[in-house]
Design a protein around this ligand. Sequence first.
Ligand SMILES: CCCCCCCCCCC/C=C/C(=O)SCCNC(=O)CCNC(=O)[C@H](O)C(C)(C)COP(=O)(O)OP(=O)(O)OC[C@H]1O[C@@H](n2cnc3c(N)ncnc32)[C@H](O)[C@@H]1OP(=O)(O)O
Length: 259
Amino acid sequence: MAAVLRKLIQGRLPALAGVLCRRSGNEGHLFLNSSGSTLMQPRCGYSSPTESVIVEMDKATGVALLKLNIPPVNSLSLPLLTELAIVLDKLEMDKHCRGLILTSAVPNIFSAGLNLFDMMDKPNEHYSEFWRAVQEIWIKLYGSSLANIAAINGSSPAGGCLLALCSDYRIMANNPHFTIGLNETRLGIVAPFWYDILQWRVHHPPPCLHLFVMALVFRLHVHHPSAMTKVTRAYSTELKISVSYVKQPINWRSHEIYK
Ligand SMILES: CCCCCCCCCCC/C=C/C(=O)SCCNC(=O)CCNC(=O)[C@H](O)C(C)(C)COP(=O)(O)OP(=O)(O)OC[C@H]1O[C@@H](n2cnc3c(N)ncnc32)[C@H](O)[C@@H]1OP(=O)(O)O
């Protein structure tokens, strides 16, 4: 899995797709479009470039690979947020889906954050709708019952960084050209209060969290199901702690528990 993720975060997504395709046979990839319908792909490949969120479902493992696909920078516009919300809903309801990996199909960019043009010269109704869509993604990703990992394969400023923080775990490509952080403060845009909660979770992970990720990782390479069963049994307590940690409900008033 480490090798697979390494390939993923190095932007070598076709290689990963190949792995998943081999694992699941020719019928292994499912594509969801924004209307929620799924299209079976007869062979390994990618959906149309007009799809703003590409979903590749590995049926053998139940892990969905979600690739943001709005060049040039995957800015989080209202249409993209809306499509992502629909896709997340569909995966949540799919009983075969057990986890997801959020990444980018755009070379060198994970996400440039909120679309700046959605935040200027618009009527107030637009701002309400836009902000509702932003919060909805946070709630859906952070509150997802699925295990989810952000594979940050490019720069991820501002809302892109916050998007990654909504996942259970983050892995970022080791590339000095890729930037991440809250640069939007320079524009006078203040991150919402729940950012603080997400930040605590990232800075204070329990050691067993890595085990949780390993478990997800193992699912991508279930060549030896019995070995997987042994591992999960041996570390069942640690896994439960990790899962409950990353799936902790947010309560602003009990925020102290993170400290
Ligand atoms: C929704 C998730 C849930 C949790 C999120 C919670 C969110 C809470 C919100 C808290 C506050 C967050 C605020 C924001 O996100 S404000 C947005 C701030 N973003 C930025 O400042 C990013 C600015 N962009 C960059 O730094 C670079 O563009 C980047 C490093 C991403 C890429 O650099 P590169 O050199 O490759 O590309 P260019 O700079 O030439 O850009 C290419 C074109 O893309 C346009 N662009 C870039 N960023 C944005 C954007 N955010 N919105 C709209 N358009 C963008 C850029 O203007 C170029 O366009 P043109 O080719 O037409 O010039």
